[in-house]
Design a protein around this ligand. Sequence first.
Ligand code: DHB
Length: 391
Amino acid sequence: ERTRVAIVGAGPAGLLLSHLLAASGIESVVVDQRSREEIENTIRAGILEQGTVDLLAATGASTRVLTDGHRHDGIELRFAGEGHRIDFPSLTGRSVWLYPQHEVLRDLVATRLADGQDLRFGVTVDHVADATSDRPRIVGTDDEGRPFEIEADFVVGADGSRSVVRAAVTGSSTGGYFREYPFAWFGILCEAPPSSEELIYSNSPNGFALISQRSATVQRMYFQCDPEADPHALDEEAIWAELQSRVPGTTLQEGRIFQRDVLRFRSFVAHELRRGRLALIGDAAHTVPPTGAKGMNLAVADVVLLHRALTALLDDRDERPLEAFAEVALRRIWKAQHFSWWMTSMLHVAPDASDFDRRRQEGELRSVVESEAGRTYLAEAYTGWPFETRL
Ligand code: DHB
């Protein structure tokens, strides 16, 4: 079998890339190990940058984002018992949208299938063969366990943090810059009305909490916990007590908790993003801790750049944009790495924090909220820097 672009991974990065390529007249095959149900029901973050929303809407990848998503014009930072609102439009002229990632996924899968995309679930890629040639192949087993190979002009690893394609790009499946954090998030979904109109990022003596939303009747909340915590060790009453203790000043609207998980924190950037006719995008290329919701938005920015590089390569035989891809993508990736690390370290309480560290942290939070320059930096990063257009 043969295609122009073989895309491993049907997450937001892989599906959006196939969508943009199709609009440019370039055919692709997208394969994923998981089933469609699994992909569509994976609970991830819920905040989309302005640029992400504009792109999804303008390209027809998701029209529901504008009708079913909710525009948010600010967030609250809470610390030392007081709330401080960061107003996005007045600081940056932009906003963000609350629209869960799995809804983006459902829209993308539906759009791609309606468009006739070759999209295969339950397909396991084992490795990339002839990785250094200009005819790389993905090799593995199909949904019935039979061996398959697809040869392509270009192979894209959009296969998440446990990427199989990564080894062919960087020389090892783990090779990259990374750090871990001494905490995790305990996340819940519950049946309750919103406790706040906007998101609350709260630093409290008991640790961090994030009060987010999903709809008028379903809410998403998180609190800082030990990375080894067992999500089923706490009963509902204990979960509400933890959450409530971390947002003094707000009375949380409680309701049945129907989903719970522990999210581990990691920062990771692969040593290489491209080698010959192979490239990595999305979580295969980088992982950020969740504070600030950069993960999927960063994947979308990668896709915008790679789409441009691939159309130049495949339509015009122009290699230059592809040569520039990794360097240009990495500028935004490291800015987002910094922002995610900064939000995380500014808002969480490290297990070994001294009294000095806690007072310094409060000074840092005050420096941000009491300065228009501080609030503007946060708002620019949160709503998303403009997409790079030169390659
Ligand atoms: C959500 C997750 C985040 O990491 C964040 O910064 C904001 C919102 C969410 O799941 O709603």
